[in-house]
Ligand binder design. Structure first.
Ligand code: NAD
Ligand code: UDP
Length: 336
């Protein structure tokens, strides 16, 4: 029996493939390489000493997806494939709804047709919207401020309705907080196209001299140092959370949401200081205007994942910084 990983050459997917292979699972990856490189597969295989099966395929390709289920004995699906840039989703909402929602519908139809009803889905803390107070618990009302966030809320609803219609499905909705860092081998990591939108890849590129300085988006938030607070989680801890969720969906039926975060909030300035301490590199910065759509503070109550999945994050902010930096130094141009 194999685990199908959609989006498995991407940032979180590649780290999860390493954990799956290390744990002895057979792994099949489907990815259209729209935001990742085929080289990730070599690196995953190099780290683990194991091989996986790769299909370069768009999950919207129904016949192609049926073929994957036809050719393999699949026990469960970990569904990462999706577009994830918030700003781009505002510019191109139809592409986001088409890719993320229709893609998930095609995947679910293929799963139903082949009697595969175990799924772990990549949701996001963005589903908590602007109005809830941290620490965030899974039972809070959901809302979104951009099409990307709405795709996550809509997909969660589609999966809830699917389970409601057929109680033999088993689904974990994993709401990630802010994944950063890289595998400690320095061989897989986050490989953004162009100018990074997210904080940590921007910091590592400043440290590497590729960008002059960090712009800190807002220093007048209602937080101790005025900069935004987030719950950063090491991507390897996050990947391990998927294995715990996978065990749960294989062993039982139902649908549940779980926060995957550390429960600790760090400000932008905290992250800059931690990075400088962990790596010895100085990060020049300037204060800039707030970024539209950002909130002051967002961190998890991760206790449900601990109670029900037996998972908690182990790595600290220094591990996250050191590992992100090792990836940047070893791969100055990402996978290229
Ligand atoms: P990523 O872009 O690195 O990985 C996503 C992968 O999916 C890419 O390899 C891309 O080529 C592939 N893909 C996209 N559309 C596809 C399609 N139609 N068919 C086949 N493959 C397709 O992103 P990531 O950071 O690894 O995120 C993985 C998932 O986790 C996404 O669903 C994302 O929305 C979610 N998520 C990410 C974060 C984050 O900060 N990275 C936070 C919360 C949730
Ligand atoms: N941020 C920043 N400068 C950047 C990128 C991000 O100050 O170049 C801040 C951003 O305003 C937020 C935090 O860093 O407070 C995390 O942003 P990121 O985009 O990494 O994740 P988000 O929480 O927005 O998904």
């Amino acid at each position: 029996m194999s685990i199908l990983v959609t989006g498995g050459t991407g940032y979180i997917g590649s780290h999860t493939c390493v954990e799956l292979l290390d744990a002895g699972y057979d792994v099949i990856v489907v990815d259209n390489l729209s935001n990742s490189k085929i080289k990730a597969i070599d690196h995953i295989e190099g780290i683990t000493g194991k091989i996986l099966k790769f299909y370069k395929l768009d999950i919207l390709n129904r016949e192609g997806m049926y073929n994957v289920f036809e050719e393999n004995d699949i026990e469960a699906v970990i569904h990462f494939a999706g577009l994830k840039a918030v700003g781009e989703s505002v510019e191109e909402p139809l592409r986001y709804y088409q890719n993320n929602i229709t893609g998930t519908l095609v995947l679910c139809e293929a799963m139903q047709r082949y009697g595969v009803k175990n799924m772990v889905f990549s949701s996001s803390a963005t589903v908590y919207g602007m109005d809830n107070e941290s620490p965030l618990t899974e039972d809070l009302p959901l809302s979104a401020t951009n099409p990307y966030g709405w795709t996550k809320i809509m997909i969660e609803q589609i999966l809830r309705d699917t389970y409601a219609s057929d109680g033999t499905w088993s689904i974990a909705l994993l709401r990630y907080f802010n994944p950063i860092g890289a595998h400690e081998s320095g061989r897989i990591g986050e490989d953004p196209n162009g100018i990074p939108n997210n904080l940590m890849p921007y910091i590592t590129q400043v440290a590497a001299g590729k960008r002059k300085m960090l712009n800190i988006f807002g220093n007048d938030y209602d937080t101790p140092d005025g900069t935004g607070i987030r719950d950063y989680i090491h991507v390897v801890d996050l990947a391990k959370g998927h294995l715990k969720a996978l065990q749960k969906v294989i062993e039982s039926n139902g649908i549940d949401a779980y926060n995957l975060g550390t429960g600790i909030g760090y400000s932008v300035l905290d992250v800059v200081k931690a990075f400088e301490k962990a790596t010895g590199k100085e990060i020049p910065y300037v204060m800039a205007d707030r970024r539209a759509g950002d909130i002051a503070s967002c961190y998890a109550d991760p206790s449900k994942a601990y109670r029900e999945l037996g998972w908690k994050a182990e790595k600290d902010i220094y591990d996250m910084c050191k590992d992100a930096w090792r990836w940047q130094v070893n791969n100055p141009n990402g996978y290229e």
